[in-house]
Design a protein around this ligand. Structure first.
Ligand SMILES: Nc1ncnc2c1ncn2[C@@H]1O[C@H](COP(=O)(O)OP(=O)(O)OP(=O)(O)O)[C@@H](O)[C@H]1O
Ligand SMILES: [Mg+2]
Length: 359
């Protein structure tokens, strides 16, 4: 899957911007505030139906205008051309895939596998388990088609069980949901476990080499003690669940620990190393998606130069170029583009009276 064209209307600083993209590396160049991140934001919006920026909805509409439109032509794995658009006015967004008016966010996520690597990428390692579950589940969703249904059934049953716990209903009303929870948890767990193993295998050797003799290891935690079956854990924690008013064990509490030998990497490595490792994790996941399903996720890379020196930048540039996915990557000037990406298509942005444009 790749983007062929992108059109922005009244989006952020852009009055009107039209970009033609190459299926390989697209290098977005321009000074601060010309709109490089905004172009990535538009691509992300098309792929996820939501922004990665924590700003108010109306902030996306160009100042002085009442609605924005972002539209792209994409080409899918079967070489079919499709059109996708997001329009926003007031607090409402409308999503369209091939002019379908009832397109959902899930339709977009399914149609456009896309990942963002930005200066916050290290949060995947440093923040809470929710970030890592989201990362894992996005990948599993794309490679294992039974995952989503299983997750939905699990979530529904969990909600009902938690309702029974919250209202202190009799035990039988709580455990009535356990059979569904156990069945779906085992499937979710198996999918996630296989995905983590595949990512560990796909982690580029060049990145492993950066950590010297220390071995990078992934410890997947299912959300209950590893030496116990889920049905046992669920039965054991029932009393505590009743006191707490919610279900304390299960795949909704899963986590992925990244370790260097025996120590949690986040406690030991520098910020630059955190960024290198988390970026490598995303690239490894992209490799897995290609290997398992022939899917090449589009990669948006914003401001890789922030906190990364020449050596790490060159290393990631080489891995990105080797991936064969479509890449959109931002730089302030051509001199900062790592050599392996230098052959990419250059899209240079500059400000003008009518907002930023391509020059
Ligand atoms: N709704 C809006 N209307 C008009 N301009 C906006 C709007 N939202 C953001 N901007 C402006 O858009 C400009 C581009 O922002 P963006 O973050 O995309 O730039 P950038 O090229 O990524 O810059 P940097 O190199 O500093 O990261 C900024 O000057 C910002 O103030
Ligand atoms: Mg930016």
């Amino acid at each position: 899957m790749y983007f062929e064209t992108l059109a922005l209307r009244a989006f952020r600083c852009f009055e009107s911007l039209d970009v033609e993209a190459t299926p390989g590396v697209n290098v977005l160049l321009g000074d601060n505030a010309v709109g490089k991140s905004s172009v990535l934001e538009a691509l992300f919006l098309l792929a996820r139906g939501e922004s990665f920026r924590q700003t108010g909805f109306s902030d996306r509409i160009r100042d002085g205008q009442s609605r924005f439109r972002v539209q792209a032509g994409i080409r899918d794995e079967r070489n079919l051309g499709r059109s996708v658009s997001v329009e926003g006015a007031g607090n409402r967004t409308q999503l369209h895939l091939d002019a379908e008016s009832n397109t959902t966010r899930l339709d977009l996520v399914q149609a456009i596998p896309l990942q963002l690597i930005d200066p916050n990428v290290h949060r995947l390692m440093t923040e809470g388990p929710r970030f890592r579950r989201r990362f894992l589940d996005w990948g599993v969703f794309h490679v294992e088609h039974s995952f989503f249904g299983s997750w939905q059934r699990f979530r529904r049953a969990l909600k009902q069980r938690n309702r029974a716990l919250r209202h202190a209903w009799p035990k039988k009303d709580v455990v009535a949901w356990d059979a569904i929870l156990i069945r779906e948890a085992e499937h979710l767990d198996a999918c996630r476990r296989a995905h983590v193993d595949a990512i560990a295998d796909a982690l580029p050797q060049s990145i492993r080499d950066q950590f010297g003799h220390a071995r990078i290891r992934f410890h997947y935690r299912p959300g209950w003690p590893v030496d116990e079956n889920f049905d046992r854990a669920l039965a054991r924690t029932l009393d505590r669940d009743q006191k707490a008013g919610f279900t304390q064990v299960g795949p909704h509490r899963a986590d992925l620990r990244i370790k260097l030998d025996q120590v949690q990497a986040r406690n030991q490595v520098s910020r630059g190393q955190q960024k290198l490792l988390t970026t490598a994790l995303l690239l490894a996941q992209a490799r897995v998606m290609y290997g398992r399903r022939g899917l090449s996720p589009v990669l948006l890379v914003d401001d890789i130069a922030a906190e990364l020196g020449q050596e790490y930048r060159d290393l990631l540039g080489k891995e990105l170029a080797a991936l064969g996915s479509q890449v959109f990557i931002t730089f302030l000037d051509a001199a900062s583009v790592p050599e392996p990406l230098a052959g990419g298509r250059r899209i240079t942005l500059a400000t003008s009276d009518n907002g930023a444009t391509v020059i």
